[in-house]
Design a binder for this molecule. Sequence first.
Ligand code: NI
Length: 190
Amino acid sequence: MTIKAVLRMGAKLLGEVAAPVTEFNSTDLDAIVQDMLDTMQHLDGAGIAAPQIGVSQRIIIFGIDHNPRYPDVEPVPLTVLINPEIEIIDDNQNTLWEGCLSVPGMRGLVARPNKIKYVGFDPQGTKIERVAEDFHARVVLHESDHLDGILYPQRIDDLSQFGFIEELEAAGKLPKKTTEDTDTDAGSES
Ligand code: NI
């Protein structure tokens, strides 16, 4: 197991379009996925994308298991999703504060579609197809954006709703958290 350093906003690779995975069921792929899992879990993140650990391939991982930091969020099954394709089912949007492991210490208010369908593959090459709403949709959209070189600050409509966590909390914009916090990826405070 290896906990990798997470690239931060501004790193060249984070702005690039990642390449599709072409070989499934391989030890190389399994090793990348394990590093992503170890890194995400170490940082207590809700999701991570391969480019964040310096691998420019279309692999994302997400999952939330009753995280005390997301008390209002429905659990999302831990999922490794490769070569994701997303279809927006409900054009209506909801807004939520997001954070990102690559933008540590900050949060921004981001509008995203309410409901999506996503299709992709697991590491063995088995097809995954799901309809997702709300936070589940948001984390998939956030992580998939990473594969196209997009970080959430680029999705913020009003940059007055972007800043450092402590300042946003002091300003009463961001709800105060009750548990220890590290930066997470994608979410109601991730
Ligand atoms: Ni992120």
